[in-house]
Design a protein around this ligand. Structure first.
Ligand SMILES: Nc1ncnc2c1ncn2[C@@H]1O[C@H](COP(=O)(O)OP(=O)(O)OP(=O)(O)O)[C@@H](O)[C@H]1O
Length: 302
């Protein structure tokens, strides 16, 4: 797979604050790459350097082989960048904004079609200030796509949206990707990263902690499985604690809670079966991206 964005050894500081500290990252053609990290981790600074809006102190960045600052025109044509809230004039109407932005590009998308697919046609003549949060967000996505970009960079895509609007926006992003657009998604919503991203770059204190699939990140954190059940008859904890895949057994009332590796379920059900114990109300929880995030970002030295 070809890479469309390459960031190598990026450094950026603001006065005494080191925002990005030797960060390297590759975005592959056609993927949705999530950039995930807590507040102040350096996500926005990184993407702003990629967009050419900020000058790196050190390091190299290329977008389809172009340098964001030297080859400004080419990079602007290749990238679709989502506007942050409040960056449009209040009096600008939806259709006017889309028409204006499409005039900036040599081969723009059909802005009316885009307005329609984003469910904004009924709001075509509405001024920006009168749009709801979700409508403003959809307009900012439309503006990111109006230039027919190879890569769309979406920063805080669904911040401030209600759960329904958030889900609609996720569906929309999947449609955009299906049209062949590579997407970089800056987020601190785990559910968003888990739902949309092929790979996630976990950023902490200006560095990439790891890059992996959402499931791979959970596995990397070695968080394993948590199994809960009600046994059909009493048994001693040692029955399960003797298994190499089991790391802990706790009891809550008549419930047994077993923590273990990703193979724990097979081992536990086998030993219960051999001892004629049925596991009633069996539930298995896999470690989530959220657990992995906490684990992988707190174990690093500050
Ligand atoms: N213009 C600026 N001037 C001074 N410091 C800044 C500036 N922009 C960002 N910083 C600092 O640089 C660090 C990284 O900020 P950045 O906005 O890149 O992080 P982020 O991961 O995008 O955070 P958030 O999730 O809060 O948007 C933070 O400590 C921030 O306070």
């Amino acid at each position: 797979m070809a890479s469309v964005i390459e960031v190598q050894h990026l450094h950026k500081r603001y006065g005494d604050t080191v925002a990005v500290d030797d960060l390297s990252l590759t975005v592959e053609e056609g993927e949705i790459l999530g950039i995930l990290g807590r507040n102040g981790a350096g996500k926005t600074t990184t993407v702003e350097c990629v967009e050419g809006l900020r000058a790196p102190d050190r390091g190299q960045i290329t977008v389809c082989g172009f340098d964001p600052r030297r080859d400004r025109a080419e990079v602007t044509r290749l990238l679709g960048v989502q506007l942050q809230d409040g960056r449009l004039p209040d009096r600008l109407r939806v259709a006017e904004a889309l028409e204006l932005y499409s005039s900036f590009y040599p081969r723009p998308a059909d802005w009316r079609g885009l307005m329609d697919s984003l469910g904004l046609t009924a709001k075509a003549q509405t001024r920006y200030a009168k749009l709801s949060g979700g409508q403003k967000q959809r307009l900012s996505i439309a503006l990111a796509l109006v230039g027919n970009p190879r890569v769309a960079i979406l920063d805080e895509l669904t911040t401030g949206l209600d759960p329904q609007a958030r889900r609609e926006t996720w569906d929309l992003i999947e449609d955009v990707r299906a049209r062949g657009v590579t997407i970089v998604l800056v987020t601190h919503f785990m559910a968003e990263a888990e739902r949309l991203c092929d790979r996630v770059a976990l950023i902490d204190a200006g560095r990439v902690v790891t890059v992996d699939t959402p499931a791979g990140l959970a596995a990397q954190a070695h968080l394993g499985q948590r199994i809960q059940f009600r046994p059909s008859r009493p048994f001693d904890d040692s029955l399960l604690l003797g298994l190499p895949d089991v790391t802990g057994v706790t009891r809550r009332g008549d419930l047994v809670i077993v923590d273990g590796t990703d193979n724990a379920l097979t081992a536990v059900t086998a030993v219960l079966g051999r001892n004629q114990i049925t596991a009633e109300r069996l539930r298995v929880e896999q470690a989530s991206l959220e657990d992995a995030f906490v684990h992988l970002t707190t174990k690093r030295p500050a």
